[in-house]
Ligand binder design. Structure first.
Ligand code: UGA
Length: 425
């Protein structure tokens, strides 16, 4: 199939590379000319395992990046993969969705064949039918005609750092369809991928995405609350959750207690769902608690640290791990951010290290000290907080001997050394 993808961010690039790998002809449309040049030269604009290899195999062959919207008019399908950042009030900001829809509609004026517009961005339930369809049709200058154009809402379930694998081996493919023809036309996009396909309407597909992320976030906050209780009772929450997760109705995944969830998805999507609930006249009691636990959780690390080293004024504190999780350089909503803020407020000197995320974090905290290796960060430190589950942190051992006082608080269950205190274990 001939496919256009609007938006060359995380989701758009992974989608484009994987669809071209599946054998489709893909045009990736991105307004940032620097990103386009980088992608066309085979240089990924995001850090993702396997991305460089797949990009270099497909770029210039089945995959092209461009700033031009023209390819849409000769495509079979156009994916919308633009960002939906959180607005100040917690609602999703849909400005980019609306403008992408208008650009697609304009291009489709010249189309001579049936076309499906597929929304992949995470959007609040009701967005495809209430915003995308009217904007596309308005720009197209036509009323709805199911013989000319169809709409699909096809959410992504990609984890950063594992996105290529998640795309190629999904648990399920969700297809919200404006009508049967749109779904039938769209489905062969995923030929070659074996996963159950769920057909539903546009709004239910949007809700499946929000509910999935909200449920995963709830599992994490639940584990954190149980962990906080376990710590008081002297019980190991990891043993408890292993026992709990073996119940097939629960599953063992996303039960790792720790410093809470970060990233560009869970905090934003849960907040957007809460706003949506309130707009609909429903107070989201459970989701409110999920977010409250997540905000308080990282601050517990600072309290534990203080209980061991006393006042933090003038103390050297090492932060090991800045990314919101391992295998990424992304620091968005990283739990290290509230921790660093709190440490600075209390007068500590922060020395930070991350294998990939030093530079991204420097943009948020330009004045803390960034170190090239964990040993430099730990040298002479009065305390250390481990914030990210990078597997290599499990090998840290003699580096801790460089500390002035060996107070190690672990926010992710990753260290092997003794003498460490877990946030909730
Ligand atoms: C998440 C979802 O897992 C994807 O399915 C979804 O497609 C994506 O959001 C999205 O909406 O685009 P991602 O944000 O990349 O993916 O990261 P996760 O691997 O889900 O981790 C999120 C946060 O939860 C991290 O800070 C991680 O440290 C934390 N976490 C995860 C825990 O604290 N405990 C766990 O057991 C698992």
């Amino acid at each position: 199939m001939r496919i256009s993808v609007v938006g060359g961010g995380y989701v758009g690039l992974v989608t484009s590379v994987c669809l071209s790998e599946l054998g489709h002809e893909v045009d990736l449309i991105e307004i940032d000319a620097d990103k386009v040049a980088s992608i066309n030269s085979g240089q990924p604009t995001i850090y993702e395992k396997e991305m460089k290899g797949l990009l270099s195999v497909n770029i210039g062959f089945r995959l092209k990046a461009t700033t031009d919207y023209d390819p849409i008019s000769i495509s079979d399908i156009t994916f919308i993969c633009v960002g939906t950042p959180a607005a100040d009030d917690g609602h999703a900001d849909l400005t980019m969705i609306a403008s992408a829809s208008r650009s697609i509609g304009k291009q489709l004026r010249d189309a001579e064949k049936y076309h499906v517009v597929a929304v992949k961005s995470t959007v609040p339930p009701g967005t495809t039918s209430g915003l995308v369809i009217p904007e596309v049709l308005n720009a197209l200058g036509k009323g709805p005609d199911p013989d000319e154009i169809g709409f699909v809402m096809n959410p992504e379930f990609l984890r950063e750092g594992r996105a290529i694998n998640d795309f190629m081996h999904p648990d399920r493919i969700v297809l919200g369809c404006s009508d049967r023809r749109a779904g039938d036309f769209f489905e062969p996009v995923y030929d070659g991928i074996f996963a159950p396909k769920i057909r539903t309407n546009l709004t239910a597909a949007e809700m499946i995405k929000y509910a999935s992320n909200a449920f995963l976030a709830t599992k994490i906050s639940f584990s954190n609350e149980i962990g906080n209780i376990c710590k008081r009772l002297g019980v190991d929450v990891y043993e408890v959750m292993q026992g709990v997760g073996l119940d097939h109705r629960i599953s063992p995944h996303f039960l790792n207690a720790g410093a809470g969830f970060g990233g560009s998805c869970f905090p934003k999507d849960v907040s957007a769902l809460m706003q949506l609930a309130r707009d609909a006249g429903e107070e989201p009691l459970l989701l409110r608690s999920v977010m409250e636990i997540n905000e308080l959780q990282p601050l517990r690390m600072v309290s534990i640290l203080e209980s061991k080293v006393g006042s933090l004024e003038g103390k050297k504190i090492a932060i090991i791990g800045l990314a919101f999780k391992d295998n990424t350089d992304d620091v968005r909503e990283s739990r290290a951010i509230p921790v660093i803020n709190e440490l600075l407020k209390k007068g500590a000197e922060v020395r930070a290290y991350d294998p990939l995320a030093n530079e991204p974090m420097r943009r948020i905290f330009p004045d803390i000290i960034y170190c090239k290796n964990p040993g430099d960060a730990l040298q002479g430190a009065d305390g250390c907080l481990v914030m990210t589950e990078w597997p290599q942190f499990g090998l840290l051992d003699h580096e801790f001997e460089l500390m002035r006082s060996k107070v190690i608080v672990e926010g992710r269950r990753i260290l092997k050394c003794r003498d460490r205190e877990g946030i909730c274990w």
